[in-house]
Design a protein around this ligand. Structure first.
Ligand code: NCD
Length: 351
């Protein structure tokens, strides 16, 4: 059985296959209208969401399946103290696939280890968000026809922005992709993510000036400063408007630049930019549904009833004597869950 904790759970060939399926669904939606008849998707969202949840639900409905969901996290048994592991075991008795969002890093891995059905991570804390990456990949692919050789700028909250971490994990596996990391000092990309770039031999530079970075960029990936992940409110207030993209700043950009943003936007992109031909963020929303349709088909077709086949990166040595240094790691709240270490890092949160 296959679950998707992060985009690395899919090989490049599988990613290319999912893109091809999504393109085919876009061209022939009727051919897919019954593919998931009698199948159920459970959406378990323990954090706010508009796009991701509705996109998953629309994807399953457009495949002819149905959807089970909780009205809100506040109405689930999590408020009574039910663990993620028990929730995953319970939902496995009702549905065929789970899409889960949770505020703790590593929650999706806990669910995947305990569920009897495939689990798709719809965002775990500041860690990963692979299905947003699928939306991003299809958008870039439809604009450029390739990922090879592109220079991609990531701007804003690179520390807590889980969509950034997952998109980097995907792009490093294509040829000669260069990264420009644009952020204030306090919101720089975490070391584990920088290590991914280095391990794959890609080039990256860290800068703080967006305007100066523009001329080199094929893709600019803007992000929101992730208010909900800040322990210190004053720090958020100080950093929230560090970057605001306005139409006049785009004069230094390449003619065919693509501007992406996972949304929701707060102040980072002025509405004037929406009319620029490079603005691709509403295309991302549309593409996200087709990629989620393709991913649901992929995981359902790989469900052989066997336990989930986890990548080595999600396995390691259980260390009951250890406490993870990351205060928002799932190991701090899940009952009797000890950190699992691999290469000195906790596999749940990778910190
Ligand atoms: C993103 C998320 O939840 O991480 N939103 C989304 O899923 N499209 C980005 C964000 O909230 O800033």
């Amino acid at each position: 059985m296959r679950s998707v904790i992060d985009i690395l759970d899919l090989t490049v060939e599988e990613l290319d296959g999912i893109i091809a399926t999504a393109e085919d669904i876009l061209a022939h939606p009727d051919a897919y209208a019954d593919k998931c008849r009698r199948k159920k998707l459970a959406t378990l969202f323990f954090e706010p969401s508009t796009r991701t949840r509705m996109s998953f639900e629309a994807a399953m409905l457009d495949l002819g399946g149905s959807v089970l969901s909780m009205a809100s996290a506040a109405s689930s048994s999590a408020t009574k103290g039910e663990s993620v592991a028990d929730t995953a075991k319970v939902i496995s008795q009702y549905a065929d696939v789970i899409a889960m969002r949770h505020p703790k890093e590593g929650a999706a891995l806990v669910a995947a280890k305990n569920a009897e059905i495939p689990v798709i991570n719809a965002g775990d804390g500041g860690h990963c968000h692979p299905t947003q990456t699928l939306a991003d990949l299809l958008t870039i692919h439809r604009r450029f026809g390739t990922f090879d050789g592109l220079t991609v700028g990531f701007c804003g909250d690179l520390k807590y922005g889980r969509t950034v971490h997952s998109l980097i994990n995907a792009l490093v596996r294509y040829r000669d992709v260069k990264f420009v990391l644009i952020s204030p000092e306090e919101l720089k990309l975490p070391d584990y993510s920088k290590q991914v770039i280095l391990n794959n031999g890609n080039a990256f530079e860290e800068v703080s000036d967006l305007t100066a970075a523009f001329p080199a960029l094929d893709v600019l990936y803007m992000t929101r400063v992730q208010q909900e992940r800040f322990a210190d409110r004053a720090e958020y207030e100080r950093l929230k408007d560090t970057y605001i993209l306005t139409a006049d700043k785009l004069t230094g950009a390449k003619e065919n630049i693509a501007i992406l943003h996972p949304l929701p936007r707060v102040n980072e992109i002025s509405v004037q930019v929406d009319a620029h031909p490079g603005a691709a963020y509403f295309e991302q929303v549309k593409n996200g549904k087709f990629m989620r349709m393709a991913l649901i088909l992929f995981v359902l077709s790989h469900n052989d009833g066997q336990p989930v086949d986890l990548l080595p990166r999600w396995t390691g040595t259980e260390t009951p004597s250890h406490v993870c240094k990351n205060p928002t790691c799932i190991t701090h709240t899940e009952q009797e869950l000890a950190p699992v270490l691999r290469d000195g890092k906790c596999v749940y949160c990778e910190q």
